[in-house]
Write a new protein. Structure first.
Lengths: 321, 56
């Protein structure tokens, strides 16, 4: 039997409030107090819910549960929030304190802020952080939120993610169309980042795999130096190292997928400034081309003369300092 | 380097504008770069006939 209410206020001295069936409520007021709140099923609460209780909050039991706090969610006062399945807002903000993710989970919001400090979010499962709007731009690894409609995962948010997740996915893999800007950022687990287009520099996943997917636009370098570090970096989409010629520098193995298009502008013979190049420095790297499509074009008035050549993908260079 | 680009085996030809380029997957100092090289072009020498119309 579903649990319905219009306006519900919780207040208790110790103990636990249990919601053991699907909830459908408009307003839920969770007053301060040392008690816990448990949602053992899914449902929807229309208005913003700020959990002021300092006990435990349990949001779902398994990966099939789906809880929507349409107006927004704040669990920062709780000692810990346990999350399983889908926890979403309707394009509103989600502020989380200490979190344990106990089953494969997806958090959906206009903005997700992990405010519990370093290593305050842990789990051994797949965690997806997804903007509520598929058209939202995404930043990863900025110092501060950029505001507006941008879905920001700042350095503080990333530092909250404890080593141990099976994977971390950022973005909307099924319909994301926004631009993703990945700045200097560190991941301790396998990471997948997906959006309409990707500009990336300084993404470091150490010995973990990286998957970058541009659904409708291009995958490009976001600045000088090493752009991506990982065990194997899989590029999925239209790879255009520079918006204009540039160098996409990858430290690690590289795998293209068969549907990839490597768009290489050849406007001169200097890599990075006059022609596109994927650079995979260091010894012992493996690059798998996987029958991807090469789409090269001449520009800049260059006249192809005998002997001219372009190194489109090089593994012959040392690791940049 | 594992595999090739679609339709471009080692030594395969790609046409850019009016010029042809050959692809190699064994370029660079370590013989493992993907390199496009301007393909050797055929040079055709045509006889030049100079015809004078000037009188003696």
């Amino acid at each position: 039997m579903d649990i319905f209410w219009d306006s519900l206020s919780l207040s208790k001295t110790g103990g636990t409030f249990f919601f053991n069936d699907t909830v459908e409520g408009t307003t839920l007021t969770v007053n301060a107090g040392a008690y816990s709140v448990v949602f053992n099923d899914g449902g929807t609460i229309t208005n913003d819910v700020n959990f002021f209780n300092t006990g435990t909050i349990i949001l779902g039991n398994d990966a099939s549960d789906s809880l929507t706090f349409s107006g927004g969610l704040d669990t920062t006062a709780a000692s810990i929030a346990s999350i399983a399945g889908m926890v979403a807002t309707t394009n509103n903000q989600m502020d989380l304190g200490v979190v344990t993710v106990i089953a494969n989970s997806t958090l959906v919001a206009s903005e997700i802020n992990f405010q519990g400090g370093a290593n305050s979010v842990d789990g051994l499962v797949d965690l997806t952080l997804k903007p509520a709007s598929s058209a939202a731009d995404i930043t990863v690894g900025q110092v501060a939120d950029s505001g507006g409609t941008v879905f920001d995962l700042t350095d503080t948010d990333l530092a909250a993610l404890t080593d141990g997740f099976s994977s971390i996915t950022i973005g909307d893999a099924s319909s994301g169309t926004g631009a993703v800007d990945v700045d200097s950022s560190t991941f301790n687990d396998p990471v997948a980042i997906v959006g309409g287009s990707l500009s990336v520099t300084g993404l470091n996943a150490g010995a973990n795999d990286v998957l970058l997917t541009a659904r409708v636009g291009q995958i490009s370098e976001g600045g000088p130096g090493t752009d991506v570090t990982g065990a194997t970096v899989t590029l999925n989409g239209n790879i255009a190292p520079g918006g204009s010629p540039g160098q996409l520098v990858i430290s690690g193995g590289v795998a293209l997928v068969s549907t990839d298009i490597f768009t290489a502008e050849l406007n001169g013979t200097t890599p990075g400034t006059q022609h596109d190049q994927i650079q995979v420095p260091g010894p012992g790297r493996t690059v798998t081309l996987n029958n991807a499509t090469l789409n090269a074009s001449l520009g800049g008035g260059i006249r192809p003369i005998r002997g001219i050549s372009w190194s489109l993908l090089t593994m012959s260079r040392p690791v940049p300092a | 380097m594992i595999g090739t680009f679609n339709g471009l085996p080692e030594g395969g030809i790609i046409t850019l504008g009016e010029a042809e380029f050959q692809i190699s997957y064994a370029g660079g100092t370590d013989n493992n770069d993907v390199v496009l090289m301007a393909a050797p072009t055929m040079v055709v020498y045509l006889p030049i006939v100079i015809k004078s119309t000037a009188g003696p």
